[in-house]
Write a protein that binds this ligand. Structure first.
Ligand SMILES: [Zn+2]
Length: 268
């Protein structure tokens, strides 16, 4: 098969121009089609599959993204390591717009999203104590540090259902719990990756302070958009650096997530 890739990137559409020798692959899965056509190409010596999380025309809101189809499609192309850039709000006054957080923990505050592949044919309980790939995290942190980013190594991403933003009270509650950033797409993406024994690493770009962070500057939506646009180029090189630094052979435990478990179907 020609269109194969080792590394998957799920992110915003500003990241397309990352790939050399790019080809579009249209495919479907037992869970329907993924968010959009997948672009397979190269970054340096690595083969990469790029999938725009919301679709190219941004047609999927966070709570309607076909998460199961997305991860399944990537795995079926050969992907075993996934990098997931996304925009987040900060719950900490000291981490403002422009910071990159590579979280090591996650809190699920979504509701009503299908969050498993294993809803028939027997129980499959994967370990999710550490939701992110330790190797991918180390690579991302080091790439961001070399790129001169304001980097936060570790922290807790709380994923809300959306599409609305948090209330001030919710946001203050999240902050009081010691959580670091808030987003709308990091779950169930992370757990579905684990259920397919994929490595998954979040690269969370802070675009604003969440509602309850009083020391925040209270940026407007326009400012957030402008901010994101000016950071796309920088984000693109960060993702490219991280892709090239990922190990060719996995030594982390992510690939063994399903060892000893009887699965109701074969993985792609
Ligand atoms: Zn891993």
């Amino acid at each position: 098969m020609v269109n194969r890739a080792d590394i998957g990137v799920i992110g915003g559409s500003g990241l397309y121009s990352l790939l050399d020798d790019a080809q579009e692959v249209e495919l479907t899965t037992p869970y329907g089609p993924p968010s959009d056509v997948i672009t397979v190409g190269r970054i340096g010596a690595r083969s990469v599959a790029f999938l725009p999380r919301h679709g190219r025309d941004h047609r999927h809101p966070p709570h309607r993204i076909p998460y199961r189809a997305n991860l399944w499609a990537l795995r079926s192309l050969g992907v075993r390591q996934v990098l997931a850039p996304s925009a987040v709000g900060s719950l900490k006054a000291e981490h403002g717009p422009g910071a990159i957080v590579v979280p090591d923990q996650l809190v699920d505050r979504t509701s009503g999203r299908v969050q498993t592949y294993y809803d028939a044919g027997g129980a499959v309980h994967v370990s999710f104590a550490d939701p992110y790939c330790p190797t991918g995290r180390a690579v991302a942190v080091s790439a961001a540090r070399s790129g001169g980013w304001d980097i936060v190594d570790g922290g807790t991403l709380v994923v809300i259902e959306g599409p609305r933003f948090s209330t001030r009270a919710e946001s203050q509650w999240f902050a009081r719990n010691g959580w670091t950033i808030v987003g709308m797409t990091g779950f169930p993406e992370a757990v579905l990756a684990r259920e397919l024994a994929l490595c998954y690493t979040s690269l969370s770009l802070v675009t604003d302070h969440d509602a309850g962070v009083e020391a925040g500057e209270g940026v407007t939506h326009e400012e957030v958009l402008r901010f994101f646009a000016t950071n796309v180029t920088k984000m693109r090189s960060l993702v490219a650096d991280a892709v090239e630094a990922l190990p060719k052979e996995r030594t982390c435990a992510c690939g063994s997530a399903l060892d000893g478990i009887k699965l109701p179907f074969d993985l792609p």
